[in-house]
Design a protein around this ligand. Structure first.
Ligand SMILES: Nc1ncnc2c1ncn2[C@@H]1O[C@H](COP(=O)(O)OP(=O)(O)OP(=O)(O)O)[C@@H](O)[C@H]1O
Ligand SMILES: [Cu+]
Length: 642
């Protein structure tokens, strides 16, 4: 029968009510007329509707010479049920309620998990509901309202105050303040102007602007977030293997203990066969480790959803475990610690000549430093020349033929056989100590000048580093830039160690070195050219840039381009993992304490467990596990208000 666990639970619960009444009336020596028949019929229906799935799962496992937790449910309920039928027709006392209540209680745990699952999916569905239903799109020079599905990439869309941004895009006209909290978790509204990214489903507060759609449908950031969370929630955490292992040993062990219990009581301790059987059934029921199966998935479900709300996307359960062992956090410099929008601050030498040559070359490069140089030249109204044979030397600089001479712009490492004057060197060092990146500009065999370029740290970088250090983590900056500059920036924000002058291709190797020296490393990068380092690190944390969060490498993706996200990511991951461990404790503690009691070991003290009480205790362990997972929503996480 294809009923949900929740329905099964309610049906069984209602059917079990007469037995509940009879049990409560026991002390008053009242007997419900026709009780045996009522109990027989209701329990039979409960067995057919609710216990049968456990029986068939146990049978399937048995055929493969396996035993799972359903084996325990099946053995416990079927023994009580079939014995009661035999007892009924031979005029003995029946124990239908044991079979019925154990089933109801096992189902309670399963129904709770199902409910939680539904809530989690509903929460995700609600996220999608946040989307606007239509958009004001420019068609033939006029703005017209069209349904969301008809919006295409490249459309120009107008957004008025109070409206939702329909899809992802870039502002082409106007500016406004947007509430992005639903996507990034950031409660402060953000001001956006021409050229800035806007995210679908965020709310425009005051201004009117038009933007060009860059992502629609399932490509939008929101859709990607929902996808990632869905995947994470159903992912496997390695700690689950432990759960499976425990079940594999536990179940057969329990069955053996149950048999020993029966034999001891019946043969050696003089109990009646019925009482010995009830002890054995209680053992089987209390030992049922169904809460164990709930420990990991429920915590994962709550933890990943909660973190998504704070703009931290955890890709799978595996990451959570790795995070707990992290002792070192390595950061990329440009765009991660710094804003990533460098500005030219000083030009040494003949300003016009230096900028003309440098910008003419850099005009062919995509490097952030190149962008800064070209921008400066444009501001100074310098016209650029065409260059020939342009070549970018990764991590070093650029070269090209300028007129009939070879020209270059780049770091000291690019210069090779060209000597730098003492004066030039001193000037470069002085600028570098001011946290400015210095590039040399050369023509032929001569260096004609220097350009100093500054990229300032993000406002939150310093505070984030302090938070990480407070957690006992070592912080490291990894950069292709010069040692002096790297030192200056790291001092400014309090980073412990600097690894400078590293070529882009060597970054992963540097991570490996740290790991070989015994460190467990998280690497934080922008996810675009840091892929090898992200995947080499024990935990890769990729910073989302703009609306792109579909970053393959890296177990964690931060929606916001802000280092505080790293602190949040580490905190929520650790809390979720610790919750899983706590859950495992809750799941096992009842069984462990309960087995000897159920076996009648404390009979002398008047402490025994009937099968239905054993069922209740077992259900309680499921309930505490689910509750404990739900409480993850309430724990405090640094840097969040929730
Ligand atoms: N297009 C370029 N123009 C001028 N200099 C360049 C260029 N590309 C690289 N360089 C020089 O090579 C150095 C290393 O560049 P790389 O791209 O590896 O790192 P970065 O951008 O400085 O910093 P990070 O490693 O933190 O991202 C730069 O600091 C610069 O001196
Ligand atoms: Cu159970």
């Amino acid at each position: 029968m294809n009923l949900s666990n929740i329905k099964r639970f309610w049906i069984s619960f209602v059917l079990a009510i007469p037995m509940l009444i009879q049990m409560s009336a026991m002390p008053f020596h009242w007997m419900m007329p026709g009780y045996n028949w009522i109990a027989f019929i209701t329990t039979t229906i409960i067995m057919a509707i609710s216990a049968a799935p456990y029986w068939s799962s146990a049978w399937a496992a048995f055929k493969h010479h396996n035993a799972n937790m359903n084996t325990l449910v099946a053995v416990g309920t079927s023994v009580a049920y079939f014995y009661s039928i035999f007892a009924m027709f031979t005029g003995r006392e029946v124990y239908f309620e044991s079979a019925a209540f154990v089933t109801v209680f096992v189902l309670l745990g399963d129904a709770m998990e199902e409910k939680m699952h539904n809530n989690a999916s509903n929460a995700l569905a609600k996220l999608i509901d946040l989307q606007a239903k239509d958009a004001e799109v420019e068609r033939n020079g006029k703005f017209v309202k069209v349904p969301l599905e008809q919006v295409k990439v490249g459309d120009i869309i107008r957004v008025k105050p109070g409206e939702k941004v329909p899809v992802d895009g870039v502002i082409v006209h106007g500016s406004s303040t947007l509430d992005e909290s639903m996507v990034t978790g950031e409660s402060m509204p953000v001001t956006k102007k021409k050229g800035d990214d806007v995210v679908g489903s965020t709310i425009n507060t005051n201004g009117t602007f038009t933007f060009k759609a860059t992502k629609v449908g399932s490509d939008t950031m929101l859709s990607q977030i929902v996808d990632l969370v869905k995947k994470a929630q159903t992912s496997h955490a390695p700690i689950q293997n432990l759960t499976d292992k425990i079940s594999n040993i536990f179940v057969p062990a329990v069955l053996i203990i149950a048999i020993i219990t029966f034999v001891l009581w019946y043969v050696f301790l003089g109990a009646t066969a019925v009482n010995a059987m009830l002890f054995a059934v209680s053992v089987v029921v209390i030992a049922c480790p169904c809460a164990l199966g709930l420990a990991t998935p429920t915590a994962l479900m709550v933890g990943t959803a909660r973190s998504a709300k704070m703009g931290v996307l955890i890709k799978n359960g595996e990451v959570l475990e790795e995070v707990s062992d992290i002792d070192t956090v390595v950061f990329d410099k440009t765009g991660t610690i710094t804003v990533g929008k460098p500005q030219v601050t000083d030009v040494v030498g003949d300003q016009n000549k230096v900028l003309t040559i440098a910008a003419s070359l850099e005009n062919n490069s995509e490097h952030p430093l190149a962008t800064a140089v070209v921008k400066k030249a444009n501001e100074n109204n310098i016209s650029l020349a065409n260059v020939k044979n342009f070549a970018a030397i990764e991590g070093k600089g650029v070269k090209a033929n300028y007129g009939d001479q070879e020209a270059f712009v780049g770091s000291e490492r690019l210069l090779e056989d060209i000597s730098i004057s003492r004066e030039m060197k001193d000037q470069a060092a002085k600028l570098q100590k001011e946290a400015k990146t210095v590039v040399y500009v050369g023509l032929g065999k001569e260096i004609i000048g220097l350009i100093a370029i500054q990229d300032v740290p993000k406002p939150s970088s310093k505070a984030a580093i302090a938070e990480l250090k407070k957690r006992g983590l070592k912080t490291v900056m990894l950069t292709g830039d010069n040692e002096n500059v790297a030192q200056a920036i790291s001092e400014e924000i309090g980073i412990d160690q600097v690894i400078a002058g590293v070529l882009p291709t060597e970054k992963a190797a540097e991570i490996k070195k740290l790991q070989n020296s015994g460190r467990t490393v998280a690497f934080v990068g922008d996810g675009i050219n840091d892929a090898p380092a992200l995947s080499t690190a024990n935990v890769g944390i990729a910073m989302g840039s703009g609306t792109d969060i579909a970053i393959e490498s890296g177990g964690i993706v931060l929606v916001q381009n802000d280092l505080m996200g790293v602190v949040r990511a580490l905190d929520i991951s650790k809390k979720t993992f610790n919750r899983i461990k706590l859950n495992l404790f809750w799941a096992l503690i009842y069984n462990t304490i309960g087995i000897p009691i159920a076996a009648g070991l404390f009979m002398g003290l008047g402490l025994t467990l009937s099968p239905e009480l054993a069922g209740l205790a077992m259900a309680f362990s499921s309930v505490s596990v689910v509750t404990s997972s739900l409480l993850l929503n309430k724990t405090k996480i640094a840097g969040t208000t929730a």
